[in-house]
Design a protein around this ligand. Structure first.
Ligand code: BG6
Length: 480
């Protein structure tokens, strides 16, 4: 693979929080993947910016450790050595203006060496409490200013969580949009980059099989679930104030909901796709207090409270089930069930669209509900299943369910996170916002989740418990 002309422009990525968890687990391995594919610009540098006392060579040793530990395969040492040459280190504090001046010097030096004004990408791999300080300092130091209208763009990548509620999200967004142009801001939700989820729009809009029936007249319910096998492990301090619903429900689940219910965008234009996703998210019926008790369920696995960083007596949920509705003529009354959590046994992540029993049905009397299901699954495998009924061979009219099955690829072909991050980083370098989240989407998602999170905080909905590594709780919440 060679970088395409839109990508092959000298670029410097500044990783703020360059030695943090996010860089180690996702960003560095994703860049290594892109490097091996030959997809990065020919002139490319990654400047790690963090408060750690390091020099370039120590930072490179750190990066080497990360990729060797992550790769789990034999990599030619010369490939690693040439990859490491991309890295530089700049020591600094996020709230110290001088640190940004030093950073600018490092970047300018690189531009001088290349004899060009390069593109600059600022990746905020930091805890959200630093966002505002960093936005302000990038702007004040003019680091985020392009060299000219046509030369050396500057962009910002920001990770979730985008706030902790609508109010905080609005205040982050206000500063962000005051200091930067919309085209400079890239908000990551890695679910949007999952192959199978990207496939939803293709499945729906590049076929004429189901789209005419994709509405309340034919669809009985939609289930969106991500049952994880892993628990909270070492992330107690991060997870405990957040909980399962804010960690994944408020963002990944609602993005899946938007993909499966949005209108036809009629175009590949990123702005139109973002706006179409936002339009359906704005139609989420904001639940009233009495509905929250009826339509939501939360639970915590036994042993969660003993995890380091978790508050004693914590009431944080590690499992949730929420029944949502959309206020549109197309979807009114169709329950959309969001269910997710940790330590739930074998992983299962999927969207199930259940069709209504045909009326009238030319099926044997007194037989089971002749429902059809479309299942879009992305764990343990990327696959699409279509359940249908057919006549059993023989003299009698008897029917049996069957499945059409499409396997996108074997699970081994996909390394978690790497593919998603590689796609997103490359899209950001290309300037394609399709798989990034807009400010309107962020606001609409918080608007829906705020009352639920608030009611749960006030213990208005009981907190159940479950035995880890089992699916017991799924039976217990079956009424939702
Ligand atoms: C992250 C959450 O955003 O998504 C994690 O913080 C969660 O807690 C993860 O495990 C799930 O992502 P994936 O790609 O493994 O389904």
């Amino acid at each position: 693979m060679t970088p395409d002309p839109y990508t092959n422009i000298p670029t410097i990525l500044v990783a703020l929080g360059g030695t943090g968890d996010l860089m180690r687990r996702k960003v560095i391995p994703a860049f290594f993947y892109l490097y091996k594919q030959g997809a990065l610009p020919d002139k490319f540098k990654i400047v790690g910016f963090s408060r750690r006392d390091m020099d370039d060579s120590q930072f490179r040793s750190y990066v080497k450790e990360v990729i060797t530990a992550h790769a789990g395969e034999l990599i030619f040492p010369e490939v690693i050595e040439s990859f490491l040459k991309l890295f530089k280190f700049q020591q600094g504090e996020f709230n110290d203006r001088d640190s940004y001046r030093e950073l600018k010097k490092t970047i300018d030096e690189c531009d001088r060496e290349w004899g060009i004004c390069s593109n600059k990408l600022f990746y905020l791999a930091v805890a959200p409490e630093f966002y505002k300080t960093i936005f302000q300092n990038l702007s004040d130091s003019k680091l985020s200013e392009p060299c000219s209208k046509h030369e050396g763009w500057t962009r910002l990548i920001i990770e979730k969580p985008f706030g902790v509620d609508l109010k905080t999200a609005k205040s982050i967004e206000k500063l962000l949009t005051k200091l930067f142009k919309r085209r400079q801001i890239y908000r990551i939700d890695h679910y949007l980059a999952k192959e199978m989820l990207q496939n939803i729009l293709t499945f729906r809009f590049a076929n004429n099989l189901f789209e005419q029936q994709w509405n309340r007249q034919f669809i009985e319910k939609i289930q969106i679930r991500a049952l994880e096998s892993l628990g909270v492990e070492k992330r107690g301090a991060f997870y405990d104030p957040v909980g399962a619903f804010m960690d994944v429900g408020q963002n990944h689940f609602l993005q899946m909901l938007s993909l499966v219910t949005m209108e036809h965008p009629k175009s590949f234009d990123p702005k139109i796709i973002q706006a179409t996703r936002a339009a359906i998210l704005k139609k989420l019926q904001v639940p009233k207090k009495k509905d929250i008790q009826k339509n939501t369920f939360r639970a915590q696995y036994d042993g969660y409270r003993a995890i380091e960083g978790v508050k004693r007596g914590s009431n944080t949920e590690t499992y949730f089930k929420v029944r949502a509705y959309l206020n549109t003529p197309k979807w009114k009354g169709v329950p959309i069930i969001l269910e997710g959590g940790k330590r739930l046994g074998d992983p299962l992540k999927e969207i199930i669209v259940t069709f209504k029993h045909p009326k009238p049905c030319l099926c044997p009397p007194d037989q089971a509900h002749h429902k059809n299901e479309v299942i879009i699954r992305f764990e343990p495998k990327d696959e699409i299943l279509i359940e249908f009924w057919s006549k059993k061979p023989g003299f009698a009219l008897d029917t049996a369910p069957h499945t059409f099955h499409y396997l996108l690829r074997e699970p081994k072909a996909h390394i978690p996170y790497i593919e998603e991050y590689a796609k997103l980083l490359l899209d950001c370098i290309k300037g394609d916002q399709t798989l990034f989240v807009s400010t309107d989407e962020i606001k609409a998602m918080w608007h829906f989740t705020d009352p639920i999170l608030d009611a749960w905080k006030k213990d208005a909905v009981p907190l159940h418990t479950y035995k880890p590594d089992t699916k017991d709780i799924i039976e217990k919440s079956a009424h939702i």
